[in-house]
Design a protein around this ligand. Sequence first.
Ligand code: MCA
Ligand code: AMP
Length: 504
Amino acid sequence: MANPLYDTLFGAHAGATTPFLHLPDGSVWTHQDFLETTARFAHAITDLGLKPGDRVAAQIEKSPQALALYAACAQAGLVFLPLNTGYTVDELTYFIDNSGAALVVCDLAKKEGLTPVATNLNAQIETLGADGQGSLPDMAAKASGSFDTVPRSADDLAAFLYTSGTTGRSKGAMLTQANLLSNAETLVEEWRFTEDDVLLHALPIFHTHGLFVATNTVLAAGGSMIFLPKFDADQVIDWLPKATSMMGVPTFYTRLLDDARFTQDLAAHMRLFISGSAPLLAETHVQFEGRTGHRILERYGMTETNMNTSNPYEGERRAGTVGFPLPGVELKITDPADGHTLADGEVGQIEVRGANVFKGYWQMPEKTAAELREDGFFITGDLGKVDEDGYVHIVGRNKDLIISGGYNIYPKEIELVLDEQPGVLESAVIGVPHPDFGETVVGVLVPAAGQTPDTDAIMEAVKASLARFKHPRKLVVLDALPRNTMGKVQKNILRDQYGGMFAE
Ligand code: MCA
Ligand code: AMP
């Protein structure tokens, strides 16, 4: 095949006049409409001089055109680098620099702030707004609706997704065509997606969940999506009767359960609700079944690996577990100390291997070597066990990570900002339970000798450098951080102390 990803997910639908995207205003894009826009974008980008393998960094609002930019990169053999729309210029500068992006696509409102960054880093800059308008679509409008697909092999890179690390420096996870395609094809089978499926899509499209798990799976099946700009309970409730399936983070489901309009009747037409990106409380699972008669199917994945495990489509979807390794994915539980494989029932680190596992971190060979073993097993940093029936349970994390509303937040990144603030000697950032987001961020500050940190000024400084979802929801000032005899900060003690802060 000339370009496996493009040909299978997109090209396969050439000429199809069946719906692909149902938009909130009631309009519909057919598969063919989408492919024409894709081809025009592919012309526009290559006319700018980009060559296969170049990176396209995109911080753009969700729209059909934004999705077409992803498809256009696949068609032109470019590496798509989607970025959270909440990232600040500081954060974006790192991604553009580290990836060596040749083109930055952003909203018009962000252009002024990003132009000096792009210029310094020798990247071109074009705009694409939430309404589908901008300089890139302007160029695309003049181009042909057909484009000669650039040949690629399954091992070529298709996307970079940045994921933070324990050191606070984000790493570009390099995902190949085969990584994305193998996972999409597996999920179609496992979750029984067909061309009759209408997926309610309310996730952002700059992460694995919304972009690959949701979109690629629907595309591989030839189905369609109700493409909402974001999760909004009113819109989801309006559209749910027209959908057959939905994917979401646990916050979607707890918010729906909090709404009296969300009833069994409303969900009667649905065949499948899927949850992932963060732990779904067993209590939510049970409540959801009581309300709708549906058992949520929980699955487990990572940016580096796409999806690893899933509860069964047929068979028991067991609350509090993430099901079984997907076909083609090997999973083992190992001892973090020496890597030896542990017996079923024992808790250790989760390692996975398969065609889904990424190629490594962009230009970070040491970090790649530390997490991706030579034999192909990837050390996820999650702690878990396999029970007597083969279900995988995630019981904790061997990495300092907070998951808030499905977004990953690495405390170190926030601590680095807090530590720099006037009057602060040091800081520790912890995740505490939150009724809406699952977990939320709390910053603990230790004042420098004789000083009183101005927490309002510190929050302002945090705003300037970090995306909103990473901001501490509370700052606490303490005389000293609890430490063990090795001098390591005991975050568990802080979590115990402040864990009830946001209790309902
Ligand atoms: C928005 N805010 C948040 C979050 N989202 N703060 C913390 N955590 C968040 N997740 C900010 C808003 O900017 C706002 O700031 C305030 O919090 C309240 O916003 P609200 O209106 O309640 O939020 P929202 O816009 O409704 O968004 C909540 C959300 C959204 C719908 C849960 O965060 C979301 O769509 N999450 C999905 C993330 C996702 O796709 N993760 C997949 C990663 P202010 O107070 O200033 O107004 S991929 C992954 O993890 C792996 C591969 C996997 O397994 O899938
Ligand atoms: P990310 O690095 O953003 O791709 O997030 C991946 C992390 O999200 C995993 O390493 C897990 O810690 C977490 N995760 C994803 N799905 C689940 C799930 N169903 N249950 C618990 N944690 C999950």
